[in-house]
Ligand binder design. Structure first.
Ligand code: AMP
Ligand code: MG
Length: 309
């Protein structure tokens, strides 16, 4: 079946309600939606993405009341959701039954988010929990435009909503809020400092503690075909075979250069710049190093993962 392209959110709602798979924009990246209580629809998401079965999905719902339909609310979960929902923050909570078992990859917790904008409109329209992992082939950069979704998933999913490019451009902050001490499992545009304003004890995941808190972080992610190297401006090595992505103006000689206005712009444009470098068949991508605790933490996490071989 060819993939339906539509500009109408109500078409997306109809496809999802019918048990189909439909990609739509969220404020972070494009998500691949399916009914979270429909095991076949959820299986179609794993198949289309080629996603490993041990990597659980984020469930998207319309409000806090709907969160309690899929998860047991905790004190920390409530504080976080009251502060950041709707928005680019996912909380991990004890799971209730009723979801397709593959959604949680067999864990007794579930990741839940209340998205904003068009995604919220769609989830409200469906009126039931919707899984929506990033709408890319597993291992590829997450899609920030509908064209990127089409590139990866044409013919593999039922529909794509042709919405605008996504505003944030990197995936949501994931926080384990199942215990008294919230743990940031995946950095995102909601920063640790912002989280600590409402949960002062929150901390980053300690990868030295031996437990893999977020199964998905085990897998290689966000990577273009070209080899990615994280560099400082003074170590830039231009060439017609290479792309530059960063906030600094690079030396002349790159085959492609993406110079971002600021760090938010860097996050917004990163994955599209990866895909453009691949489309131009460049073999190297140099990404400018960033350091800091704000959006820098999320950006440098994505740069590091893209550079990992
Ligand atoms: P994606 O949907 O592609 O943005 O990826 C979802 C991320 O959330 C992955 O890193 C998952 O491992 C993580 N995640 C989903 N459910 C859980 C859970 N129950 N516990 C910990 N991490 C989770
Ligand atoms: Mg993903």
């Amino acid at each position: 079946m060819p993939t339906l392209l539509t500009r109408d959110p109500s078409d997306a709602v109809a496809v999802l309600e019918g048990g189909g798979t439909c990609a739509f924009p969220t404020e972070t990246v494009y998500g691949l939606g399916a009914l979270a209580r429909d095991a076949e629809a959820v299986e179609a998401v794993f198949q289309a993405k080629g996603r490993p079965g041990d990597n659980p999905l984020i469930v998207h719902v319309a409000d806090l009341e709907a969160v309690e339909g899929v998860a047991t609310m905790t004190e920390m979960g409530r504080r976080l959701l009251e502060a950041f929902a709707p928005g680019p923050l996912t909380v991990v909570l004890p799971a209730r039954s009723g979801l397709a078992p593959t959604v949680t990859a067999g864990l007794d917790t579930v990741a839940v988010r209340v998205p904003s904008g068009i995604a919220l409109e769609i989830v409200r329209g469906v009126g039931a929990p919707v899984v929506a992992p990033s709408a890319n082939r597993s291992g590829r950069p997450s899609p920030t435009t509908w064209q990127a979704v089409l590139e990866d998933l044409d013919g593999r999913i039922d529909a794509i909503m042709q919405g605008p490019p996504t505003a944030i451009g990197i995936e949501s902050t994931v926080v384990d809020a199942s215990s008294r001490t919230p743990v940031v499992l995946r950095p995102g545009s909601v920063t640790l400092a912002q989280i600590r304003d409402v949960c002062p004890d929150a901390r980053n995941a300690d990868h030295g503690d031996g437990t893999i808190r977020s199964p998905g972080t085990r897998h290689r992610h966000y990577a273009p075909r070209a080899t990615v190297t994280v560099v400082d401006l003074e170590d830039a090595q231009p060439g017609s075979d290479a792309a530059w992505i960063g906030v600094s103006e690079p030396p002349d000689g790159y085959g492609l250069a993406t110079v971002c206005a600021d760090l938010e712009d860097y996050a917004r444009r990163l994955y599209d710049a990866f895909r453009r470098a691949d489309a131009h068949e460049l073999t190297r991508i140099e990404v400018e190093r960033v350091e800091g605790d704000g959006i820098e933490a999320a950006l440098s996490d994505r740069l590091r993962r893209a550079a990992a071989r």
